[in-house]
Design a protein around this ligand. Structure first.
Ligand SMILES: Cc1cc2nc3c(=O)[nH]c(=O)nc-3n(C[C@H](O)[C@H](O)[C@H](O)COP(=O)(O)OP(=O)(O)OC[C@H]3O[C@@H](n4cnc5c(N)ncnc54)[C@H](O)[C@@H]3O)c2cc1C
Length: 284
């Protein structure tokens, strides 16, 4: 279907984009890479009167080193994030997740911030952002504010970004030297995950000193597998110990049931994928 008619503005600064949002209010919608918004418009599930394109705002693109964190601009395409050496060195879990995100075309058009703002529970970036303790920088009419990953994902397709605000960048604390793996379960290549697990671990003296585990599509938002994380702290990186810790992966989850699998199947997958992800992250 062809989308309903809309006006189009393409500001060159965040301030101008915010002014356009303030002017048009509920009638306006931001477009980033358009990979999720355009299908919505074409199905006429939404018919904004004005589209505000962030594509000409250069300050929203790129990856930079900021001391103890790396900062990823909201408009940085997935393909750039996936091949960035700073991301690979300090937030390897993000690089690993991007490898599995959709196909090459979508990775070139879709953006890091757009995917996180869209907050699809099956999106591949939420769980790594949560596991790594990312902070979201959101700009609005009153200035800039930061929101911790734990508070950013509110519900299905809902985040802490207000209607008059724009996600400008995501700050990821450096996890230099941590092992990382993203284990995604799909039926066919380039599909959204039925379930996926993001695991990153810090080894010390041959044992797992610290582990962070994020779950994709196990509830209406990405989730931390905190029971698994605490069971892994101080554990040996053996199949037995990791398997025992992974038994807690389903705790506190509320996965959907759909044509790809019911909730019980997803909880089974979650335990299996958590074990695999952690073992791969420790290099076993
Ligand atoms: C066929 C197909 C397969 C896909 N497979 C996967 C997959 O396997 N895994 C996966 O994770 N993703 C997948 N995607 C989605 C892809 O990752 C998109 O890039 C992403 O969901 C949206 O990013 P975008 O930049 O295109 O945002 P857009 O589509 O432009 O915007 C999405 C939403 O976010 C809002 N928004 C965008 N940027 C901002 C901002 N800076 N501030 C505030 N609000 C903003 C928009 O208003 C809109 O509501 C797939 C998409 C398609 C079409």
């Amino acid at each position: 279907m062809i989308p309903a008619a809309f006006d189009y503005v393409a500001p060159t600064s965040v301030e101008d984009a915010l002014a356009a949002l303030a002017e048009h209010g509920d009638d306006a919608k931001i477009i980033a890479g358009g990979q999720s918004l355009l299908p919505v418009l074409r199905m006429r599930l939404n018919a904004p009167e004005v589209i505000i394109d962030l594509g000409r705002i250069e300050s929203l693109r790129g990856v930079r080193d900021d001391g103890d964190a790396i900062v990823i601009g909201a408009m940085t395409p997935h393909a750039v994030v996936g091949s960035d050496p700073l991301v690979a060195e300090h937030a390897a879990l993000v690089s690993k997740a991007v490898e599995h995100l959709a196909d090459a075309q979508i990775r070139h058009r879709g953006t890091f911030g757009g995917a996180l703002a869209h907050a699809d529970p099956a999106g591949d970036l939420g769980a790594p952002a949560l596991a790594l303790g990312a902070t979201f920088v959101i700009q609005g009419p009153g200035g800039s504010r930061t929101v911790a990953a734990d508070d950013f994902f509110v519900d299905l397709f809902e985040t802490a970004i207000g209607e008059d605000e724009i996600l400008t960048e995501v700050r990821i604390p450096k996890h230099t030297g941590w092992g990382a793996h993203y284990e995604k379960f799909v039926r066919v290549a380039h599909q959204w995950p039925i379930v996926a697990v993001a695991a990153t671990v810090r080894m010390d003296g041959g044992v797992i000193a610290e582990a962070r585990v994020g779950l994709t599509n196990m509830g209406s938002t990405p989730l931390r597998a905190r029971g698994v994380e605490s069971a892994l702290a101080g554990a040996n990186p053996t199949a037995e110990a990791v398997g025992a810790a992974a038994a807690a992966a389903g705790d506190g989850t509320n996965p959907p049931s759909d044509l790809n699998g019911d909730a019980a199947y997803r909880q089974h997958l979650d335990r299996v994928l958590t074990r695999r992800a952690v073992l791969a992250a420790v290099g076993a």
